[in-house]
Design a protein around this ligand. Structure first.
Ligand SMILES: [Zn+2]
Length: 340
């Protein structure tokens, strides 16, 4: 696990995280930091960057200006991914579950004394990827917290966590930033305004996700996928054939991400409908294909949206369905939405 996280620069705080930072920073300085924190909010808001900045602060020997100094021995160890008081628990590969054996490493970590004499940190993400045994193993540690150990749990969908875990953590919630703040940040990343606006709308207001979606490779995959979905809706190709083509998505894309594109696209359709976004000919044409038109036509579309959400949750929680069948089933349902 830790070997994949070498040389992490201490991230700068994102402009929309100031309030959360002030709050937790003040608690930390006052020696009142809770022993477990749960960072929640949709993907693409920078929860990990925040958690990294906070981890570095907690471990730093001589914080400056309320943040890790970046130069002391602790900071250097942390950046090199070898700080003895920092344990990172993550799935072995993206989309896999967090297994009980991984959470059990905690036992050793919390029972030994601090390597550098300060607080120790356990990073666990995505928290919703814990299977039930892993969650129970964690719960034990949360119920009997070891002195000076701080748990940092990160989750895009905390609804997938055991309530007993949530109730033992202090939540830090990350809402989407105001549009102008997000657009300014995207502008600073070098994104041209029209592309930034479009990517931000697609991301559901999550700037980091928007930046990812604006990457040429991601755009290409997304557009190709959505073109194929349009062909299904227009009856020009079969759902089963498309499912076969996307069973193994192109490099750097997971099936879960394809489903996310699909969901974002449906949200956009709803926005086009309410005239928030006009001028997208492809979406307008699709909307007109929905039988019944009006609200009546949209209802099954929203039902399908929920279905996609469930499928994504299943994939994230580590359920390992037959991907071909899952895509086939979804695409057949999608095709039916457009048939009278
Ligand atoms: Zn430092």
């Amino acid at each position: 696990m830790s070997e994949t996280f070498q040389h992490i620069p201490i991230p700068e705080l994102l402009p929309w995280q100031a309030l959360q930072w002030q709050r937790i920073g003040a608690q930390w300085r006052a020696g009142r930091c809770p022993h477990a924190l749960l960072l929640t909010g949709q993907a693409g808001l920078g929860k990990r960057a925040f958690a990294e900045a906070f981890s570095a602060l907690v471990l730093c020997e001589q914080p400056q200006g309320g943040q890790a100094c970046g130069g002391c021995k602790d900071c250097r160890l942390w950046q090199a991914g070898s700080h003895p008081d920092f344990l990172r628990i993550e799935p072995e590969k993206a989309g896999s579950p967090l297994k009980v054996e991984q959470v059990r490493q905690l036992g050793d970590f919390v029972s030994r004394t601090s390597g550098r004499g300060g607080a120790r940190l356990v990073w666990l993400a995505p928290a919703e990827a814990m299977n039930i045994n892993a969650a129970n193993a964690l719960l034990k540690n949360l119920e009997e917290p070891a002195a000076s150990v701080i748990f940092l749990l990160i989750s895009d969908s905390p609804a997938g966590l055991l309530p007993t875990i949530c109730s033992r953590c202090q939540s830090i919630t990350f809402p989407s930033p105001a549009e102008e703040v997000a657009l300014q940040w995207l502008h600073n990343q070098g994104l041209e305004e029209q592309l930034a606006r479009r990517a931000l709308a697609l991301s559901g207001g999550a700037p980091l996700l928007a930046a990812e979606l604006a990457e040429p490779q991601a755009r290409e995959v997304r557009e190709k996928f959505l073109r194929e979905l349009t062909c299904i809706a227009e009856g020009r190709t079969s759902a089963v054939a498309v499912a076969g083509r996307w069973e193994a998505p192109p490099e750097c894309t997971e099936i879960e991400q394809l489903l996310q594109f699909w969901q974002q696209w449906i949200s956009q359709m709803a926005q086009v409908r309410s005239c928030d976004l006009t001028g997208d000919a492809q979406l307008m044409a699709l909307l007109q294909r929905l039988p019944g038109g009006g609200e009546e036509g949209l209802r099954p579309l929203f039902g399908f949206y929920d279905h996609l959400l469930q499928a994504r949750k299943g994939l994230k929680s580590g359920a390992n369905p037959n991907r071909r069948l899952l895509l086939e089933e979804l695409m057949i349902r999608w095709a039916r939405l457009f048939t009278v």
